[in-house]
Write a protein that binds this ligand. Structure first.
Ligand code: PLP
Length: 437
């Protein structure tokens, strides 16, 4: 007998019983059934409509109505739904070519997988095979994925449950101007020293060019070019993880483009298909690609280069190009930035509004002078919600979905969002922030 006081839909009840929730105490998992999504909005089974102010997990860059991508998926599933990776399809070859075109510099050859975490796994292995070295230096405020290798190089507290993880994963400080006592450029010199002390044993330095889920941290202009020099001085590669910052979010194609840097290896997922299909990609320079001509690339997946996912990726990139979504993100992003600055001025609990393009964050603080965070580490012991969770929940009640991590609200809407949709979402946030002031 079902419980008459349970107002969940049948689907929500079945899901809760039979499907694990991610990163959660299962007793707290309470999924809402979504029945429709269109443009920048989605609708739940009770008929409530929401503005998607975070592009779900900062991945729905094209919004929820990119017909060209849906049609490409249907056409590919009709013609060749799947072939083993030792065959090719037009979708896979053309997407490889397209990625060489839109990524910075001479990045040329791609390994395809199905997610960001797998793109990072491939990057780690390629760096180790190419350099013959074992260690990876990454930073504390970072997220690189959930599988064993990628969680080991992740710096945020999600790594702790998987520790000790893979050997040779070393963490460095971050360019976090607001919340750290170390100046961003000083943190680079620290990395220089670390690499010297590690001897010639580090395969790569792995960074998000603009940190995403750990709080939208934008380094100074000179940071990434200098980091590349430091890595190369010590015989290490630079890997830029563009899984979240890539595909127009910053108003440029990639976070690396904001700083004019071409990394040795770049990882992509999320916006690569605008989240219409799961697809990861790891692109490398011609020198690294050439190494594997006569050295085996001992890596692969059944679904590496899945035709339907590649068709979605190709159609997504064509959509970014033909609808000028990257330039548009830069313009709309300016407007969004101004609105968020106004919120920061109006609410004492907003410590800092920061970001670039349509990739922005509001860091909440108890005392803006002292920079004391409202955050998981401080306020949440085991189960229960933090103040940041409560602000996000209040915005949701007001019709705006906004993701939050640690002590930051993460604002990364579809690149198709209009100024009036931004106004609507900002009004929800404005009301919700009363809770934390
Ligand atoms: N790298 C970065 C920078 C990410 O933000 C994420 C996910 O949020 C990942 C890797 C992992 O991607 P996925 O969740 O697709 O495995």
């Amino acid at each position: 007998m079902s419980d008459p006081t349970d107002d969940r839909t049948e689907i929500e009840r079945i899901d809760k019983e039979h499907v694990f929730g991610t990163w959660s105490y299962q007793s707290e998992v309470d999924p809402t059934q979504i029945v429709d999504a269109d443009g920048v909005r989605f609708t739940d089974a009770a008929g409530n409509d929401f503005i998607d102010f975070s592009g779900q997990l900062m991945c729905s860059n094209l919004g929820h109505a990119a017909d060209r991508v849906s049609e490409a998926i249907a056409d590919q599933a009709d013609s060749v739904p799947y072939v083993a990776p030792n065959y090719t399809t037009e979708a896979r070859a053309r997407l490889g070519e397209k990625l060489a075109e839109v990524t910075p510099g001479d990045l040329t050859k791609t390994f395809f997988s199905t997610s960001g975490t797998e793109a990072v796994e491939a990057a780690i292995k390629i760096a180790k095979f190419y350099t013959g070295k074992d260690k990876i230096v990454s930073r504390y405020r970072s997220y690189h994925g959930a599988t064993y290798g990628s969680i080991s190089v992740t710096g945020d507290p999600r790594r702790l449950a998987a520790e000790p993880g893979i050997p040779g994963a070393i963490k460095a400080p971050d360019p976090y101007a607001y919340g750290s006592t170390m100046d961003p450029m000083e943190s680079l010199e620290y990395i220089d020293e670390m690499l010297m002390l590690e001897g010639d044993t580090v395969a790569a330095v792995l960074v998000e060019p603009i940190v995403g889920s750990n709080g939208i941290l934008v380094p100074p202009e000179e940071y990434l070019p200098r980091l590349k020099e430091i890595a190369h001085d010590h015989g290490a590669l630079l890997i830029c993880d563009e899984v979240m910052a890539g595909f127009g979010r910053t108003g440029e194609w990639f976070g690396s483009d904001v700083f004019g840097v071409t990394p040795d290896i770049m990882t992509m997922a999320k916006g690569l298909t605008g989240a219409y299909q799961p697809l990861g990609a790891t692109i490398v320079t011609p020198e690294i690609a050439a190494h594997f001509e006569d050295n085996m690339l001992t890596h692969g997946h059944t679904y590496a280069g899945h035709p339907v996912a590649c068709a979605a990726g190709l159609a997504a990139i064509e959509t970014y190009q033909e609808e000028n979504l990257i330039e548009r993100a830069s313009e709309t992003g300016e407007y969004l930035g101004e609105q968020l600055e106004e919120l920061a001025d109006a609410h004492p609990s907003v410590g800092e509004a920061r970001g670039v393009g349509l990739f922005r964050g509001l860091e909440l603080t108890k005392h803006s002078e002292e920079r004391v965070p409202f955050g998981e580490r401080e306020d949440k012991v085991g189960k229960g919600s933090t103040v940041v969770d409560e602000v996000a929940a209040a915005a949701y009640e007001n019709g705006t979905y906004v993701a939050n991590m640690i002590n930051t609200l993460i604002i990364a809407p579809p690149l198709t969002i209009t100024e009036s949709e931004i106004d609507e979402a900002i009004a929800s946030l404005d009301a919700a922030l009363e809770i934390s002031d």
